[in-house]
Design a protein around this ligand. Sequence first.
Ligand code: RAT
Ligand code: ZN
Length: 447
Amino acid sequence: MRIWRRRVQRVTTELLKSASQAAISGNGGILAGPDISSTVEHVLATTPFIDIHTHLFAPSFGKLVLWGIDELLTYHYLEAEYFRHSGASPEDYWALPKREQADAIWRTLFVETSPISEASRGVIAVLQAFGLPTDHTALEEARSFFKAQSPDSHIQRVLQMANVSTVVMTNDPLDPDEFPFWLNGSAGHPQFRAVLRLDRILCTWHDHWQSIVAQGYNVDAQASGASVSEVRRFLMEWYARMQPVYMACSLPPTFEFPSDSIGGRLLRDAVLPACRELRLAFSLMIGARKLVNPRLRIGGDAVGRADLRCLENLCRDFPSNRFLVSVLSRENQHELCVFARKFSNLMPFGCWWFVNNASIVEEITRERIEMLGTSFIPQHSDARVLEQVVYKWANTRRTLAPILSENYRLLAGDGRGVTRADIQRDVTRLFRSNAEAWLDLRPAAAR
Ligand code: RAT
Ligand code: ZN
């Protein structure tokens, strides 16, 4: 982070110099070739992102708020890598207290090997950002540092370091750990906005319909009779409580629409009408094959290629609904761009989980720019541990810089010079305005 700040200072000085030269030569602020990259870097560094999908929680969610080195090390992306490198039995690992799990991961992935994977480099980048040692002795000092932080000021500092203005949470009204916080009314926070997540309703109804009954709604195992209107009432009441900025569901690659399954009916007859009435977008994250290795718990999901005709059908048959979509399979990315060109009620977002690696992010982002210009949301962090936003957003800015610069140079070569104002407008669109147009970010009082 200090490196990034120094870079911003250097780039600012260069920009001031070239701006005064441009004024003297009277070229209307058109950037000369060599100034394009430095301007892009500066604009990327100074424009705050709206992080439209995370698993972070506002400070009022107590034990659900994850931060600090032990949480960073036990991130499920790293747990999966740990099992691979160590050959340890998952059952033995799960039996350990968190601190010992973190010790084991540190030893295996950070001491006995070089932390060069995307997720392990992220931990190193976080240590570096806080001015902590990054060598194999770093763990204890990092623990003392994070222990000494007070949560509220630490949260503010981290969001500032990542230059993120708003984070969107993932809020499951049927999660027994989470819903008491909502019922106690302790959830509001201007920078942490809610999302009404519906996986348990749309994907695993049979395991969860009784929890909806327990909340006072008249639904049954087959979602028959009054169930659809009761689910709709459930959504409206949770909307009033959470003030979500959209509704969402993660779906398997086998997801089809239309479908006579319970999930298909509830989506068509309860969720989509509620989204229309509330003017909320519906987010589909498609492609996770749940628990292919259940011994790895949350790290045990894999990926599958989906048939995106489900999106074609949704976007065409429900033109008054808006769909925010991320797909997990690399093979589905091009198709998603094609559908976005056909349907303006479809907004591609983010490079998710197994496609959130610099090489694949670069490929996807280039493709999106070539096919969609600036009409997409390039990234979300999917952070689960607070400090992850620092490295995830630094990575995004680093990957975007050469891609945008190259596109502006191509544009200049084709005959249209670019100004700083052009670049700022485009980056603002990618980082903020597209999200502002698709998410209901108004404060509760203004709804
Ligand atoms: O990327 C992840 O952390 C996954 O575990 C999933 O949570 C995914 O992001 C999702 O929201 O379903
Ligand atoms: Zn997620």
